[in-house]
Design a protein around this ligand. Structure first.
Ligand code: ADP
Length: 166
């Protein structure tokens, strides 16, 4: 039984994340998508509970995908659930340096217990990030090519309710 964890902010989940989730669901017996909220992200659009709910909703057709949230270090979470693989996505070389540093640190901190597996983005999602989704939506732009319809509605509702950056 090979268990993996896919950690991230998922604020909100995009088609890019979903692509990584779908592909990793074919590679591992069980993948837990984990909303990590140790980062100082006071400008989050969605609460941790909202992000978990959205992820559960868009992965409900994938039986070996679980969704969770964790405050703390990835290596501690991975030890709790018995995962030895962390999944991360790579979009462009700009992601590489940052991701390499995290991967090395996690391997070191976990005494070699955690290895990181990188999935390169599908080209049609290479441009996509949660922050660009928020940027576009905050100006009333079209995000239908970036997120599933149910997520698009929730993002729109947030900005309609006054979560404007401007
Ligand atoms: P974090 O704040 O930890 O980077 P994100 O939710 O932004 O959290 O991203 C989680 C992971 O998903 C990261 O490894 C990121 O590189 C990857 N990712 C984000 N968008 C895409 C995409 N369009 N294609 C492939 N991987 C992606």
């Amino acid at each position: 039984m090979i268990r993996a964890v896919y950690p991230g902010s998922f604020d909100p989940v995009t088609y890019g994340h979903l692509d990584v989730i779908r592909r990793s669901s074919r590679m591992f017996d069980e993948v837990t998508v984990c909303v990590m909220y140790n980062k100082d992200k006071r400008d989050s659009l969605f609460s941790v509970d909202e992000r978990v709910k959205m992820l559960k909703d868009v992965t409900k057709d994938l039986p070996n995908i679980k969704v969770d949230a964790y405050y703390g270090l990835l290596i501690d979470y991975a030890a709790e659930i018995g995962a030895h693989v962390s999944i991360r996505g790579l979009r462009a070389v700009t992601d590489f340096e940052y991701e390499l540093q995290i991967a090395q640190t996690n391997r070191l901190l976990s005494n070699g217990s955690i290895d990181t597996v990188f999935l390169t983005t599908s080209l049609e999602y290479a441009y996509l990030s949660s922050s660009s989704v928020k940027e576009i939506a905050s100006f009333g732009g079209d995000i239908s090519m970036c997120v599933p319809p149910e997520i698009e509605k929730l993002v729109r509702d947030k900005y309609a309710a006054g979560h404007a950056k401007h």
